[in-house]
Design a protein around this ligand. Structure first.
Ligand SMILES: NC(=O)C1=CN([C@@H]2O[C@H](COP(=O)(O)OP(=O)(O)OC[C@H]3O[C@@H](n4cnc5c(N)ncnc54)[C@H](O)[C@@H]3O)[C@@H](O)[C@H]2O)C=CC1
Ligand SMILES: O=P(O)(O)OC[C@H]1O[C@](O)(CO)[C@@H](O)[C@@H]1O
Length: 388
């Protein structure tokens, strides 16, 4: 049986990566920092994936176990035996995972020359490269040669909405997901075969990952930030609001223009993709909270992420991306107190001023046209919706 080690047994780890690997015949060992989650997985040895739609479906994921990240002995054995290693721990945690992997890969080097593929399944551009670089950074020449020859590092784009919806569950580790999924994997970087049924191997990942990050995640963040501002709890409610819906659709049009110019993708294809995304946001069964989708705004509003990247591409081709900038401006008004990164932004605005904070988070110079436009829109949104 093929063996997978997956770091991060959370929503997407169980609801998508574990789900598809299990369907492809893999035995999965989850690795997590949560002792409770690890105990639960080892206790039940299976979980249900509940597919949220009109006629709810349930699929069982079996042949699973879990290891705590600090259990060196078990982790070493699991990594020695693995055919594939995947992660969904949050892009900010990849560097530390990479550093941890070094010693385990050295043990593997000494014991087997079986090929291995390692893939980071996070919402970030070329996340696997981050992981790969943190593994290679501290290695000597011998280790670097081994990694380059025996380990594949395909980048990926993973798309399935796995919310924190509260539904009736048979097991506490059951996970609820939308019906749709797409997993695009960089073909040229694979060593040997991946054997993942349902994943798509693509020659050039960049158009896929940018399409997903801008048209889905960017639109999602825009819906979340404007939804929060207007007092909605869920994404499916916010997207039905005419004002929000208009901004989201038009930001998708702006991002599509940039994508079609950059990658030569047909406008019709992008329009089809964008409208399917809106339909997915409308799924009332997901009960996806705006505060989950908007989480960690410092990451989402950064220069290399879902909103700033398409905004900069538009600007470079001579288009002022008015609607993408509304989403970004709304992000700076996201003052959800339970999100430390939202708090960090609000604290920055209070202590250093709006311009300086936008500049710090987005990487734009204070006199940049885009930054000035974000400031205008921030004030306009604040004046309109924070008067109450
Ligand atoms: N939920 C979703 O629909 C999707 C999420 N993603 C991406 O997947 C990643 C995870 O997201 P979710 O599953 O929603 O979050 P989550 O919070 O449900 O799961 C993350 C899991 O990783 C574990 N973790 C954190 N740091 C770790 C470490 N250093 N070592 C081992 N385990 C660690 C946490 O304990 C948790 O169980 C993020 O990068 C997200 O952007 C991508 C596509 C869809
Ligand atoms: O997982 P992140 O990057 O915090 O952002 C939430 C986003 O990820 C997803 O959970 C899945 O792509 C989307 O629902 C949402 O756009």
């Amino acid at each position: 049986m093929l063996k997978a080690v997956h770091f991060g047994a959370g929503n997407i780890g169980r609801g998508f990566i574990g789900y598809l690997l299990s369907k492809s015949g893999y035995e999965i060992t989850f690795v997590d920092i949560s002792k409770e989650l690890v105990e639960s997985i080892n206790n039940y040895k299976r979980y249900n994936v509940i597919i949220l739609k009109d006629n709810v479906e349930k699929e069982v994921v079996k042949n699973i176990k879990a290891i705590h990240i600090d259990d060196k002995e078990k982790l070493s054995k699991a990594i020695l035996d693995a055919d594939i290693i995947t992660t969904s721990v949050g892009a900010n945690n990849l560097k530390s995972i990479g550093e941890k992997l070094i010693n385990y890969l050295k043990i593997r080097k000494a014991n087997t020359d079986k090929p291995l593929n390692i893939m980071a399944c996070e919402n970030a551009l070329f996340a696997t490269n981050i992981l790969k670089n943190s593994i290679l950074e501290k290695g000597d020449k011998d280790f670097v040669d081994y990694v380059n020859q025996k380990i594949g590092f395909p980048n990926t784009a993973v798309d399935r909405i796995v919310p924190n919806v509260e539904i009736k569950k048979e097991l506490p580790i059951d996970v609820a997901v939308e019906d749709f999924y797409e997993w695009d994997i960089e073909k040229k970087a694979i060593i040997g075969d991946l054997n993942i049924k349902g994943a798509e191997l693509v020659d050039d990942l960049e158009p896929y990952i940018e399409r997903k990050l801008f048209l889905l995640n960017g639109a999602h963040a825009t819906t979340a930030y404007l939804g929060y501002l207007k007092g909605y709890k869920y994404i499916h409610e916010a997207i039905e609001d005419g004002f929000i819906r208009n901004i989201v659709s038009r930001m998708q049009e702006e991002a599509s223009l940039a994508l079609s110019r950059k990658h030569n993708i047909k406008k019709d294809d992008l329009e089809g993709y964008a409208s399917k995304v809106i339909k997915r946001f409308k799924n009332p069964y997901l009960k996806d909270e705006v505060v989950r989708v908007g989480r960690e705004p410092t990451r989402k509003l950064a220069g290399n992420d879902r909103l700033m990247m398409p905004a900069k591409f538009c600007y470079e081709i001579g288009v002022m991306p008015q609607f993408i900038l509304y989403g970004i401006a709304a992000g700076f008004l996201f003052d959800y107190k339970e999100d430390p990164k939202a708090y960090e932004i609000q604290d920055g605005i209070k202590n250093f001023g709006l311009e300086k904070t936008i500049s710090k988070v987005t990487g734009l110079e204070e006199n940049n046209d885009l930054l000035q436009e974000i400031v205008k829109k921030y004030k306009e949104l604040k004046e309109t919706f924070r008067k109450r």
